[in-house]
Ligand binder design. Structure first.
Ligand code: ATP
Length: 309
């Protein structure tokens, strides 16, 4: 294979440390104010150059069976968007190694799209800058720009307008991955059903969340976490309340639904306690799978050789 004919990009899952949801706009989207953090659970997307214009995808790894391999795959959509907008004559074979839960509220599909933008930008020699990639990412989905940027960031609009926020140190997270997924639009619909008559305020990020991140103290972060989607996710999947409570009983500093769910996330005081909690959750039988990851970590990035032969 000629040099530069294959690129592998590693891209992280996201969590929402604060997720404030405003009333639906006329176009149906909900305005958000969110603080994202990228965590060290990754999908790897390997892109291999094709001489013809075809775009193909295969998915391997933990959650492969839940992911479409037709044109609805977000990685394929990302490659197609670049190909059309920049009149690219070549195609690409995409191979996604998935470790991020699918439909788990952790932006797995969005991060594959972000990884594909970075990979195809290199593979096809497009030379697009980071701001140009972020503009294209925003057209693909609300979480895609953050997956490019990574670290810890404020998300406005539908979540696609990202600005980095200061965060000190490393936080230790544990994830209880539930059986089955939850559709993000279904959770927004449930949220609107639960609060139809309430005056819903414009979305806001809590100042105590930003100061907790600056302090780097897990105990301060634990009391500043919030998620407006949690009540709606629990309404659709009431059994998740037992998982959250179990984590708190085992010493988690905080327990919360991740994004639109159904993944439950727990903040541990340190890495040793995170391991203990992960073991307890795995033995509890309350979830399909348990993962542990620290954050923040960078966004989508090209892996050095030898991954990129
Ligand atoms: P978010 O947190 O951004 O709302 P999510 O983590 O809940 O998203 P995803 O894992 O992105 O959800 O998957 C949502 C749906 O998107 C899946 O049910 C799947 O059918 C579809 N999908 C399309 N492409 C992908 C992909 N590359 N990886 C995962 N899911 C994909």
């Amino acid at each position: 294979m000629p040099p530069n004919a294959q690129v592998t990009v590693r891209s992280p899952a996201k969590i929402n440390l604060g997720l404030s949801v405003g009333p639906p706009r006329p176009d149906g989207f909900h305005p958000l104010a969110t603080v994202y953090q990228a965590v060290a659970l990754y999908d790897d997307v390997t892109a291999t150059l094709r001489d013809d214009a075809a775009i193909t995808v295969e998915v391997v790894g933990d959650f492969a069976v839940d992911v479409p391999t037709d044109d609805s795959n977000l990685a394929v959509r990302a490659a197609r968007m670049l190909q059309v907008e920049f009149d690219v004559e070549e195609g690409v074979d995409l191979s996604i190694r998935k470790t991020i839960p699918v439909a788990g509220g952790m932006a797995g599909g969005s991060t594959d799209a972000a990884a594909t933008l970075v990979a195809c930008n290199r593979l096809w020699g497009l030379g697009l800058s980071q701001p140009e990639l972020e503009r294209i990412a925003a057209e693909l989905g609300s979480d895609v720009p953050f997956c490019l940027v990574g670290h810890t960031a404020l998300g406005r609009g539908r979540g696609e307008q990202v600005t980095e926020v200061m965060s000190r140190g490393t936080f230790h997270w544990v994830f209880a991955i539930a059986e089955g997924g939850l559709s993000t639009p279904a959770v927004f619909k449930e949220l609107d059903r639960l609060r139809p008559l309430r005056r819903v305020e414009a979305p806001e990020v809590r100042p105590e969340l930003l100061s907790a991140l600056l302090s780097g103290k897990p105990a301060a972060l634990a009391v500043a976490l919030s998620n407006d989607m949690q009540a709606a996710a629990l309404s659709l999947r009431p059994e998740l309340a037992a998982t959250l409570q179990f984590g708190l009983d085992q010493g988690a500093l905080a327990a919360m639904i991740s994004g639109s769910g159904p993944t439950c996330l727990f903040l541990a005081a340190d890495s040793r306690r995170a391991v203990d909690l992960a073991v307890d959750l795995a033995e509890s039988g309350l979830c399909r799978m348990v993962r542990q990851a620290e954050g923040p970590v960078p966004g989508a990035r090209i892996l050095p050789a030898p991954a990129n032969r």
